[in-house]
Ligand binder design. Structure first.
Ligand code: HEC
Ligand code: HEC
Length: 309
């Protein structure tokens, strides 16, 4: 009897999760095959490698130090877990074209939907560590270019452990994705708008914004404070708003650009992972300039993230 009750109790979260799965808002994947023109592949490679830094999360990490092993790019394996304050274990998946363990059997439309709408091939909700809410703000051409390029990287057979989310997050996760609510926005040409586009595509705010009770506290965009663990050490993401005292308001444009593209601060200290400056190293000059210009328009927020070194 007792055992039976326990079983019923354990089954409840699973049952609720199943019900919430029915609440998941999802659209059918687009029925398209993205033509793989050389221009599109080049644009896709640029965005994946030097802006969105997809392989940073989607490649095995060396020694838990958030340093992606680029000899196995896209093979998945980075774990986001209890250490990062998450109630569960979420592995970045294999996004190479391997048919058994990667995206080999997915259609282009299914990959696009996963990237922008947070729904996988089987129709399950993805956890928003995968920055799908940012990628839905990409232009249609850019989103498609990423898909075209992903299909051309070497296939690597590498199975990643299944996701585990504790109750009630296993239910809440289903309420997070939403279908695109219209056509994708156009690629902005004006400098500040372009900078914002790059900032969004690169998910800068995901690491540099403090966590509130329901995810990132967007009233403190860029104010830093999230703590990263790298082996035995841990340190907070800095405040990158233009606040003079606690942010980078005192840095020149050139100094900000050097920190982003070379990982070097004005005081000579090198930036540690997971700050993906090695990815931004290859960012186009115009994009970098626009990014720096946009960062100066962020609201300056006084927020001391505490001791960093
Ligand atoms: C901050 C880390 C991070 C970044 C950056 C990131 N992803 Fe992900 N991605 C994840 C995680 C974690 C998952 C698994 C989520 C889950 O299982 O709920 C995922 C899942 C996916 C999936 C679904 C695959 C599957 O098997 O279910 C696709 C497709 C994908 N990502 C593509 C991309 C692309 C393309 C980019 C760059 C444009 C990218 N990701 C950038 C962390 C990331
Ligand atoms: C995966 C997480 C992550 C992403 C994505 C990320 N950063 Fe960082 N960033 C960090 C961390 C962590 C540090 C601090 C490293 C250290 O202290 O050694 C940092 C440092 C910085 C610094 C140096 C500031 C200082 O006071 O030292 C700047 C500027 C910066 N990031 C801007 C950006 C911008 C702009 C983007 C997007 C284009 C971005 N970051 C994306 C995690 C991230």
């Amino acid at each position: 009897m007792r055992r039976l009750r326990l079983a019923a109790f354990l089954a409840l979260p699973a049952l609720l999760a199943g019900c919430a799965g029915l609440l998941l808002k999802k659209a059918a994947p687009a029925d398209i095959q993205v033509p793989r023109t050389p221009e599109r592949l080049a644009r896709g490679e640029y965005l994946v490698t030097h802006v969105a830094a997809c392989f940073d999360c989607h490649s095995p990490s060396k020694g838990g130090l958030h340093v992606p092993d680029m000899t196995e790019k896209g093979a998945g394996g980075v774990l986001f877990g209890k250490e990062d304050g998450l109630p569960g274990q979420i592995y970045a998946t294999n996004i190479t074209p391997d048919p058994a363990t990667g995206l080999g059997k997915w259609t282009d439309g299914e990959i696009l939907r996963a990237m922008r709408e947070g729904v996988d091939k089987e129709g399950n909700a993805l956890f928003p560590i995968m920055p799908y809410n940012n990628y839905r703000q990409l232009s249609e051409d850019d989103a498609q270019a990423i898909v075209a390029y992903l299909r051309t990287i070497p296939a690597i057979e590498h199975a990643v452990p299944a996701r585990q989310l504790d109750f009630p997050l296993n239910i809440i996760v289903n309420l997070m994705p939403k279908p695109m609510d219209g056509p994708a926005p156009a690629l902005p040409t004006e400098q500040i708008a372009r900078g914002k586009y790059v900032f969004t595509a690169a998910s800068c705010a995901d690491c540099h914004t403090p966590q509130g009770s329901k995810g990132p506290d967007l009233t403190k965009l860029g104010a830093g404070g999230m703590v990263f663990h790298a082996g035995p050490t841990s340190y907070p993401a800095p405040n990158i708003t233009p606040d003079q005292e606690t942010g980078i308001g005192g840095w020149t444009d050139a100094q900000v650009a050097v920190s982003l593209s070379q990982g070097l601060r004005p005081d000579g200290k090198g930036l540690r992972p997971p700050m993906p400056w090695f990815a931004y190293q290859g960012m186009a000059k115009d994009d970098l300039k626009a990014l720096v210009a946009y960062m100066k328009t962020l609201a300056p927020i006084k927020h001391d993230v505490g001791k960093r070194w």
